[in-house]
Design a protein around this ligand. Structure first.
Ligand code: ADP
Length: 500
């Protein structure tokens, strides 16, 4: 570990050049109206990667009018659905072909392991665009029976200009969950990326235009939340808002949408998901799955299994093995082969996580391993495991968003149901058991948008994702996301001669 930590002083040169740093408006890469830029930093060192155009209100206005024009006058909603579908498929092919460069940009800007970006996230991205390309020409309304001399049908129309705001933890995946269904349904888009990770969206959006996307259909504004993000959420000419980020910011953007033009909003927010290991579990398998459920992506997942509830009968064995697994976790430069964990995304997250770790220690939880920064450069944190965690400790109630596993002990199923549900969040849950009755009981009792049984973090394009309670509104992915981007128009035609 000492050798690995020392090696962090010499970061590996990423195998890609940063070429696109401007805003993408109406099919052109342009400077911000103010001429301002902001730095995007390398989480391995805190050093500059590139200065990126900083979008603000005026740029959002320009992007929204380009999207409006492309929707009202442009070819996109008027193309045949088959033509739109073919562009989405060509885009997926191009992204697949450029996997190496795109994965390198994503790893560099975010800090995630390059191998993870290349082998998990880009394939999921490509699959999602192919999935929605398949939907594009299968969206249609109904013919209905109604009382009276009427022919009744529904038209499923695109909603218009979609404003989309995404976070930094999965810049590409979040792009795909937002842009895929919106464009498949015939909408146009203004997407604001997270200020920590603006680079990969610009790269793939250039490929989208090479695939035949008409100008103005997809506009990308890099910039900050309270300026560019708020301008998009409160814009009078944006017809729909989709947001992924923290619960606090979700409350802000929902308010902005309500106070401007009442645009409908989908929200995918925070979580504190229980991962429940029952007494009949195979402990070795449960340890590995619980480890991945928490530590994947440096612990920066809204659905991380961040409350590991373990039955008292297997608790001691589980804690010992979870600690051993965390000690084996390979932390290092995200461009090094075999690395499982890179740095956290930025200094703010790094500081916040270390603060939570201190609060765990001060609150009396047992620090089994980790607890410190890893190395002395950048934002790396040791894989950390706490046992003897109590429900009211901050590390058990708050979203830490870092590599910190908290293990809690339980005695019986009713107790764990009550404790697992005693949170304002309700994004996901994991259940580890061989007992069918236990699995069924927990599945129905847990208040969460996803329940994974003997698995975790399965993100197939067809599976809907979203939260109960303060984890959000609505569902993304699958057939469910189409409704977010469609209006239903009822068409009622009087029948002169109803007998026929
Ligand atoms: P995190 O704390 O994980 O960075 P945020 O919710 O702050 O999560 O960020 C998610 C996205 O929301 C980012 O693109 C960010 O720029 C944007 N954002 C932050 N604050 C606002 C705001 N007041 N209005 C609109 N968007 C915002």
């Amino acid at each position: 570990a000492a050798a690995a930590a020392a090696a962090l002083e010499e970061p590996i040169t990423p195998p890609v050049k940063v070429e696109l740093t401007k805003l993408l408006i109406n099919g052109q890469f342009v400077d911000a109206a103010s001429g301002k830029t902001f730095p995007t930093l390398d989480p391995r060192t805190g050093q500059l990667i590139a200065n990126v155009a900083e979008g603000d209100i005026e740029d959002v206005n320009r992007a929204v009018s380009a999207a409006r024009k492309a929707f009202d006058e442009g070819p996109w909603p008027r193309m045949t659905a088959y033509q739109r579908s073919k562009i989405l498929l060509r885009f997926a092919d191009l992204v697949e072909k450029h996997t190496d460069e795109i994965a390198a940009l994503e790893a560099w800007d975010n800090g995630k392991p390059y191998e993870q970006a290349a082998s998990v996230e880009i394939p999921l991205f490509v699959r999602l665009f192919r999935y929605y390309a398949g939907w594009a020409d299968k969206i249609h309304g109904l013919t209905l029976q109604a009382d009276g001399p009427h022919h009744v049908q529904t038209l499923h129309e695109p909603i218009g200009v979609a404003g989309q705001i995404i976070p930094w933890n999965f810049p590409l995946l979040m792009y795909s969950w937002k842009v895929g269904p919106a464009l498949a349904c015939g909408n146009t888009v203004v997407l604001k990326t997270a200020e920590q990770t603006p680079l990969s969206a610009l790269y793939v959006s250039k490929l989208f235009h090479e695939a035949g996307l008409p100008p103005g259909v997809l506009n990308i504004v890099s910039g900050f939340g309270p300026s560019a993000g708020a301008a998009l959420a409160s814009h009078m000419d944006v017809d729909k808002l989709a947001f992924t980020g923290s619960t606090n910011t979700g409350q802000i953007v929902l308010g902005l949408a309500a106070r401007s033009n009442l645009k409908p909003v989908t929200l995918e927010l925070g979580g504190k998901s229980p991962f429940i290991v029952c007494e009949d579990a195979n402990v070795d398998e449960a340890v590995d799955l619980a480890h991945d459920a928490l530590f994947f992506n440096q612990g920066q997942c809204c659905c991380a299994g961040s409350r590991t509830f373990v039955h008292e009968r297997v608790y001691d064995e589980f804690v010992e093995k979870a600690k051993a697994r965390a000690l084996k976790r390979v932390v290092g430069d995200p461009f090094r082969k075999g690395v499982e964990q890179g740095p956290q995304v930025d200094s703010e997250q790094f500081d916040k996580i270390l603060k939570y770790i201190r609060s765990g220690v001060d609150g009396g939880a047992t620090l089994e391993t980790g607890g410190q920064r890893f190395g002395s450069n950048g934002y790396y944190i040791q894989p950390t495991v706490f046992s003897n965690v109590q429900d009211d400790m901050l590390i058990a109630t708050d979203e830490i968003f870092g590599p910190v596993q908290t293990i809690l002990k339980f005695k019986d199923i009713n107790e764990v149901i009550r404790r697992a549900n005693a949170t304002h969040f309700g994004l996901a849950a994991g259940v580890f058991t061989q007992n069918l009755d236990t699995a069924n009981t927990l599945t129905r009792a847990l208040k969460a948008g996803t329940v994974w049984i003997n698995c975790f973090d399965v993100f197939d394009a067809a599976i809907p994702f979203g939260g109960y309670k303060m984890s959000g509104h609505g569902r993304e992915k699958g057939i469910y996301s189409l409704n977010n981007y469609l209006q239903v128009k009822a068409v009622v035609t009087h029948l002169k001669n109803p007998a026929w």
